[in-house]
Design a protein around this ligand. Structure first.
Ligand SMILES: [Zn+2]
Length: 235
């Protein structure tokens, strides 16, 4: 699927991709929010310091022309809704992994380390779903590599493992100082899902279409190859 341009929400910009509906839409801005709570406090205050309670530029809100929802800004930063700035999870990701992926993306702006740890947990579940078996990610990867994956997938899995571990036990790689590395983990999660699940499903589906006779021939051919290799080993 072709990617369309994405313009993240930006303070005082007239148009951007809305943090609620993700549509590129016009935004109406108001600042100096004076909601009910502020007014009540202001009324009860002896000096009526409403200006102090709501100084210009402290609060602002933008309303999306497409979905009509408000986004809340404090000191020029978007605080609501929580922004998810990473790509969507691959559709073929198991649901439990998808949930962790989204949860991780939600905490990314405030804690890259926590985000990495959640992705690591997601990776562990993903590996379990594709035949990794045990709880130890390192052993899971070993098992999957033995069953045959390409070098890039193996490397992507190990990068995810090492970055994920750094979230839990920061040693050489300090994710707090390099949040960009955590950001890369989301793309890698999608890549490994694509390699380990999406492509496999696609090829299995097509393989099923082959006539039974052809499949029998392939089985026979491969068993002959195996025997040949065994004989070679004996020599
Ligand atoms: Zn919207």
């Amino acid at each position: 699927m072709a990617k369309t341009a994405y313009y993240p929400p930006e303070y005082r910009k007239k148009e951007f991709n809305c943090a609620h509906c993700k549509v590129f839409a016009h935004q109406t801005w108001i600042s100096n929010l004076r909601g009910e709570l502020v007014d009540v406090i202001a009324l009860n205050s002896p000096n009526n310091p409403s200006e102090e309670l709501s100084p210009p530029g402290l609060f602002a809100a933008s309303k999306c022309a497409y979905c009509n929802k408000w986004s809340i800004w404090i000191e020029e930063s978007l605080v609501y809704p929580v922004q998810i700035i990473v790509e969507d999870p691959n559709d073929d990701m198991p649901d439990e992994v998808k949930e962790l992926y989204i949860e991780s993306a939600q905490v990314l702006p405030t804690s890259p380390r926590a985000a990495a740890v959640l992705l690591r947990l997601g990776l562990q579940i993903l590996l379990g779903a594709v035949g990794g078996g045990g709880k130890n990610i390192n052993n899971n990867i070993k098992k999957i590599v033995e069953s045959g994956v390409d070098r890039e997938t193996q490397r992507a899995l190990d990068i995810l493992r090492v970055f994920g571990n750094s979230g839990a036990h920061p040693e050489e790689i300090k994710l707090d100082e390099n949040p960009d590395l955590v950001y890369e983990m989301y793309e890698l999660m999608n890549i490994v899902t694509d390699r380990l699940i999406t492509r496999k499903n696609k090829i299995d589906e097509l393989y099923d279409i082959l006539p039974e006779k052809k499949k029998d021939y392939i089985k026979l051919r491969d068993s002959k190859n195996k025997n040949k290799n065994k004989n070679k080993e004996k020599l």
